[in-house]
Every structure is written in structure tokens, then in C-alpha cells.
Design a protein around this ligand. Structure first.
Ligand code: GLP
Length: 258
């Protein structure tokens, strides 16, 4: 079942997700948190850093990335390992050794995918997975038509996804890798809880398909309708096709602290 939480803006949506993650870490200091890249999670990470500054201890949290490009040089600034070290771990003061990322430079990608799936299992499974959503309804790099029973696997990026991600490659779509390793939809569905962030009017149609559409491989995020604990954290623009009631928080600056 998908719960909707509509906030006035992206910052407030990110704060709501960060508060939930913070509560989980307080209750379970060794929690396993699945983390995403892209623009949508950045406010979550910024607010998590505030919670850490206020005393939240994330020293034992295990972090698992959702996906990684294939073929980027190890220290490329757009590699998801690099992005997560820069945007998440460094502001939190967390140990990079506790970040797991699929090995996109492996010679044998199928073996690397199987290793990653095993790493997640060995860690006890993901307690909470943070997701964004692509404009075509993809989650992770599971593009339309990805089977619902997929585990971590090598995948091809849709042209629309490469175009959208060109901004992380100086606007050069030809520099965006064509392949990736991604948690599969079944991997994501095994997470005990899921927080999906979608903000901006360009996400409204994908959110609508995910929440209200049929459960179909044409919209990979629609599979989340069958998960018991999913919350979509939306801003008003992303929610405009699924909800007409007022957002949950005032935009008067009083909600800055969790
Ligand atoms: C990429 C990532 C996804 C992310 C999506 C949307 O394709 N693999 O995990 O959800 O982009 O990104 P953004 O939040 O920047 O719109």
C-alpha cells in the first residue's frame, strides 16, 4: 500500500523522509539503509546531516546504494559511489567503509550483481530503502519492462534516462554510460520499508501511474502498490495528479527543526 505525504516544497518533503530515517536509526543503530542518487534525495541527506549535528549517531549504520553506472573510472565525480560519499557520507561524517555499491567496474557483471545481492542478504536485508522515480516510472535503473521478479542485475539505460542524467556529465548525453548495475524490483520489494521522494511538476505523471495506474511492468514503480510499507514524499507539484487536499506542513519557516 502506498501512503502519500504531500509537503509544500522539496525541502519539506526531504525533511519528512529524513525524520523517518532518523527515527529508525535511533531505534536501530545498526540499521541497513538503502540510498539513492539523483537530485531528489539531496534534501533528505541535507536534513539527515542536521539531525547528526543535533546528536543523531549514524556511526554503525550500513548504507547500500541502489545502483551504479558501468564503465566509469573509479573516481569519476558522477559515479554513484563518489556522489554518495560526497553528498551523504561526508556531511554525516560517516565511514566510507560502511557504504556498499555495486561494482560497476567488474569484468563479470553478472557475478558482481550476484555478489551485491548476497551482500544485502548477509547484512540482514534492507530496513529502509530510499527511492527517487524517473519520469518514465523507473526506480533504481529498472526501466519499463523490467520483470518484477528481478534481483540485482546489469541493465541498459533508456534514452530518456540518459538524457535526464546528462546534467551530471556536463550536459553531454554521449558521456552518460549506457549500462549499469541496479538492484532489481524484487530486491527493492524485499526492503522492509520504502520512502520514495518525488518533487516537481515533471514527476507528476510518473507519480500518478505509480500510485493510481495498473500494476504493470510498463510503469516499474507501480509494483510498489503491492508492498506493505511505502510512503511517497511529494511536493505539491508532483502530487497534483493524485491529491487535491492541502499539504501537510505550513510554509512559514516554523517547521525547520524535525
Ligand atoms: C536516476 C537514478 C534513480 C533516480 C532517477 C531520478 O536514473 N538511477 O535512482 O530516482 O534518476 O533522478 P532525479 O531525482 O534526479 O530526478
Amino acid at each position: 500500500m502506498i501512503s502519500l505525504d504531500v509537503s509544500v516544497d522539496a525541502q519539506a518533503a526531504g525533511r519528512a523522509a529524513a525524520v523517518r530515517i532518523g527515527q529508525l536509526i535511533e531505534a536501530m543503530p545498526r540499521a541497513v539503509i538503502g540510498v539513492a542518487t539523483g537530485s531528489s534525495p539531496l534534501p533528505v541527506y541535507a536534513h539527515l546531516a542536521r539531525l547528526v549535528a543535533d546528536g543523531l549517531d549514524v556511526g554503525e549504520v550500513r548504507w547500500f546504494a541502489l545502483d551504479e553506472y558501468v564503465g566509469l573510472p573509479p573516481r569519476h565525480p558522477a559515479s554513484f559511489r563518489h556522489v554518495l560519499e560526497r553528498e551523504l557520507l561526508a556531511p554525516l561524517g560517516a565511514d566510507p567503509a560502511l557504504l556498499h555499491v555495486p561494482d560497476g567496474s567488474a569484468r563479470d557483471l553478472d557475478a558482481a550483481a550476484a555478489d551485491y545481492e548476497r551482500d544485502i542478504t548477509d547484512a540482514g536485508g534492507i530496513d529502509l530503502q530510499l527511492l527517487g522515480i524517473g519520469t518514465n516510472g523507473h526506480v533504481g535503473f529498472n526501466e519499463p519492462k523490467t520483470p518484477f521478479d528481478s534481483r540485482t542485475h546489469p541493465a541498459w539505460l533508456a534514452p530518456q534516462t540518459r538524457q535526464a542524467n546528462a546534467r551530471f556529465f556536463g550536459g553531454r548525453v554521449e558521456d552518460v554510460p549506457r549500462r549499469c548495475l541496479t538492484q532489481g524490483l524484487a530486491t527493492i520489494m524485499r526492503s522492509r520499508a520504502i520512502e520514495l521522494i518525488a518533487t516537481g511538476a515533471h514527476k507528476a505523471a510518473a507519480v500518478c501511474c505509480a500510485v493510481l495506474g495498473p500494476v504493470t511492468v510498463e510503469c516499474p514503480a507501480s509494483v510498489l502498490q503491492t508492498h506493505p510499507d511505502v510512503t511517497f514524499r511529494l511536493d505539491v507539484a508532483a502530487a497534483c495528479q493524485v491529491q487535491v487536499s492541502a499539504p501537510s506542513e505550513p510554509n512559514d519557516g516554523t517547521a525547520d527543526s524535525p
